[in-house]
Ligand binder design. Structure first.
Ligand SMILES: Nc1nc2c(c(=O)[nH]1)N[C@H]1C(S)=C(S)[C@@H](COP(=O)(O)O)O[C@H]1N2
Ligand SMILES: [Mo]
Length: 317
């Protein structure tokens, strides 16, 4: 399991290489003394541990939105939530440099035939990396359009055998007070745990992300591995994942424990169901002034609404 392999992207899999990532990052890799393969750039294991380094050529995804302009990278790295590094929107950008992302491994356990631990280098070689431009919506009313880089969650299911009892999957973030100062303070019930129903996790839109904007994931955005679920409020996307656990019963999540009538298990973006303290009907894109209307399932209803057929989405908020 723990074999170190360089990231290799078969040239046959490469469809549309990212244009904007290319020249600048090529120069950066050259400056860093990193070799480039004849068929595109294959970053070394070391290069993949440095935020800002290019992830090389990426597959462009049919799931990307092209109607919306991506949010500036700077907005995404300087404004966000990562409570382990503090409760303010600028805390992650200021403090997440303390996170050490190597060595890093992810344990997969619970309702599996055999628990496994994967090194991050191994995970990075599972599948060719895809770029997915997704709309994102935070429960607090801000939104963004982000070119994530990763692979579908289903890639994990090719590598572990789940039991017939597996109905839900939990995502556990690192909770190390040495690196994450706010884990000493009970802002949330640490570690940060989020969860999905198994069929939600299996949905092709559910992404395990290792980067954004063509580059290695910034620490404040959840390096080295995080979840991205674009039809749900942003807090479902656990950052800096160290454990993935399959379970039989619907789990309690960190935010459900913090406020059970404010944060439900499903947390599907829904303009018709207000948060207890504010409306969810509109949102403001980072970097924009005017508000826009929030769409059901954050605009992904066509792809995901069928997962919830027959459910009362006011009750199952
Ligand atoms: N471990 C952990 N993951 C987390 C959070 C957090 O505080 N801790 N915040 C969540 C919330 S509320 C949001 S909106 C998104 C923000 O991700 P971004 O900073 O990449 O936009 O991360 C989510 N994942
Ligand atoms: Mo959020």
């Amino acid at each position: 399991m723990l074999i170190r392999r360089p990231l290799q992207i078969p040239s046959s899999e490469i469809t549309t290489p990212l244009v904007y990532a290319e020249r600048r990052d090529f120069m950066r890799l050259l400056a860093a003394g990193i070799g480039t393969a004849s068929l595109g750039i294959s970053p070394s294991a070391e290069a993949l541990d440095a935020p800002g380094n290019s992830l090389g050529k990426l597959i462009s995804s049919p799931f990307s939105t092209h109607d919306d302009k991506p949010t500036p990278l700077k907005s995404m790295t300087s404004y966000g939530n990562f409570y382990e590094f503090g409760p303010d929107k600028d805390s992650p950008g200021k403090n997440a440099h303390r996170l050490r992302t190597r060595p890093w491994s992810v344990t997969v356990d619970g309702e599996v035939k055999a628990a496994k631990t994967f090194a991050i280098e191994d995970i990075l070689s599972w599948a060719p990396l895809e770029e997915r431009i997704y709309r994102m919506r935070c429960v607090e009313g801000w939104s963004a359009v982000v070119p994530w880089v990763g692979f579908p969650f289903s890639e994990l299911l090719k590598r572990v055998e789940i039991t017939g009892n597996a109905k839900f999957v939990e995502f556990w973030s690192l909770a190390d007070p040495e690196q994450m100062p706010y884990v000493r303070i009970p802002l949330l019930d640490w570690p940060y745990v989020e969860a999905l129903r198994l069929d939600e996790a299996r949905h092709p839109l559910s992404l395990l992300a290792v980067g954004m904007y063509g580059e290695v994931m910034p620490k404040q955005n959840g390096a080295p591995l995080r979840l991205v679920v674009p039809w749900k409020y942003g807090f479902k996307g656990a950052k800096s994942i160290v454990r993935i656990r399959f379970v039989e019963k619907q789990p309690q999540t960190a935010w459900m424990k913090a406020g059970p009538d404010e944060y439900g298990f499903y947390s599907n973006v829904n303009p018709d169901v207000p948060h207890k303290r504010w409306s969810q009907a509109t949102e403001r894109r980072l970097g924009e002034f005017l508000k826009r209307k929030t769409l059901p399932f954050n605009g992904y209803a066509e792809q995901v609404a069928s997962l919830y057929a027959g459910m009362d989405l006011r009750k199952n908020f």
